[in-house]
Design a binder for this molecule. Structure first.
Ligand SMILES: Cc1ncc(COP(=O)(O)O)c(C=O)c1O
Length: 388
């Protein structure tokens, strides 16, 4: 009987795996060495915890070129950050009758809050279209802008097509609108500079390319912009008053935080910094090109998204003619020990524009720890599946 091949994880757009050794070691040593409740008590464990959280905040501020680390608040993922951002603007920046622009590639963590506001708060929404190869047509932005456009929300990298949106161009043309970026798929692979990109709010998740644990994430909010908190409660600050503090980051950090997740996220950012964003990107691009160039030779396979020579992430959607998406993903897992994701990837709008709604696609997403041998094994498996 032949030995079972080593599993190949190609689902990094869902969450990265494996995590760097230092992330695992940090989480484990923090769990075993301190009490995990920062900023509440004045004893040494609590102070050490506060220092850990402060260090991660500083590391993230530095990473995204935020002028002030107190403008970064932690959440449990990018979904929570985007919800704080979108709902938090209501009554402050967004009022009934106002207009929002977003893109056809958004994840449900953007579209569901926006559609809810459209239904309940009289907000109207315009959608930036996507070109045939899955890229957001930023050139259409001026045409969609109105006098009452108060918010522009854009995904930096599509979790379906791997396309990279030109967020610099959106930032340049945003007028007076608040510009919110969903960096779920880009943070940790593509450079992000909130100042030069003119980003008012950057939402990120810790467990994808920032290589931290699940349950970690956050957002940067530009000085001068305030959001109504989604949750209120103990912050360890201003405890004499029953009114939620109005200063960052405390106003958005009620409740004991996910100290373990934040510590692991700090270690993940440390790994990315030491490895170098350019080196990470180059490695992932090489894998992506290798995959795209060869998969294009298999005539039963239809690939969606930008071509190999375009700037794109290593997130690749495809279909195998004559096979359902779930059938392909199941065969990859069962017969070849290759883990991918099939379906709509929580972004139905992206599939509508690509014509792959409602079955979706099979998505391969390669990360920093994948190798060329992994890619070759994926290609061999696809070749066999598509011919059977
Ligand atoms: C573009 C995009 N936005 C938002 C999310 C939601 O991420 P999380 O589950 O970490 O909140 C994802 C996750 O797949 C994503 O790809």
């Amino acid at each position: 009987m032949s030995a079972k091949p080593a599993p190949i994880y190609a689902d990094n757009a869902a969450t990265s795996f494996p995590k760097p050794r230092e992330v695992i070691d940090t989480v484990s040593s923090v769990l075993g060495s301190m009490s995990l409740s920062p900023g509440r008590s004045a004893h040494q464990y609590s102070l050490e915890c506060s220092r850990l959280i402060f260090d991660t905040r500083e590391a993230l501020a530095d990473f995204f070129n935020c002028p002030d680390s107190s403008r970064i608040a932690f959440t449990c993922n990018v979904t929570e950050a985007l919800n704080v951002g979108i709902f938090g603007l209501l009554g402050r920046v967004l009022h009934p009758g106002d207009h929002v622009i977003t893109t056809a590639l958004e994840h449900n963590s953007v579209m569901r809050p926006l559609r809810y506001l459209e239904k309940t708060s009289g907000i109207s929404i315009s959608i930036l279209p996507v070109s045939g190869d899955g890229e957001v047509m930023v050139s259409e932005l001026p045409r969609l802008m109105r006098d009452n456009t108060r918010l522009i929300v854009a995904n930096h990298v599509s979790n379906v097509t791997g396309a990279v949106a030109d967020i610099e161009a959106i930032g340049r043309n945003k007028g007076n609108a608040v510009f919110m970026v969903d960096a779920a798929q880009s943070a940790g692979v593509f450079p992000i500079d909130v100042v030069s990109m003119n980003i008012d709010m950057l939402a990120f998740t810790g467990h994808k390319s920032l290589l931290g644990p699940t349950g970690s994430g956050g957002f940067y909010l530009r000085q001068g912009l305030s959001l109504r908190p989604l949750k209120m409660g103990g912050t360890g600050s201003n405890s004499e008053t029953e009114i939620q503090p109005d200063f960052m980051p405390d106003c958005h950090e009620a409740g004991t935080p996910n100290t373990l997740g934040i510590a692991g996220l700090g270690a993940g950012v440390g790994f990315v910094n030491r490895t170098g964003l350019a080196a990470i990107r180059e490695h992932e691009q090489r894998l992506c090109r290798l995959f795209l160039e060869s998969v294009g030779q298999i005539k039963e396979i239809l690939v969606f998204g930008p071509a190999a020579d375009r700037e794109r992430a290593a997130v690749i959607s495809l279909r195998v003619k004559g096979k359902s998406e779930s059938e392909v993903a199941q065969s990859l897992d069962r017969d070849f020990h290759i883990m991918v994701r099939a379906g709509l990837h929580c972004a139905p709008g992206a599939h509508r524009t690509m014509g792959t709604f409602a079955d979706g696609t099979v998505r391969f997403s390669f990360g920093f720890f994948n190798t060329e041998a992994d890619v070759t094994a994926c290609l061999t498996a696809l070749e066999i599946i598509s011919k059977n």
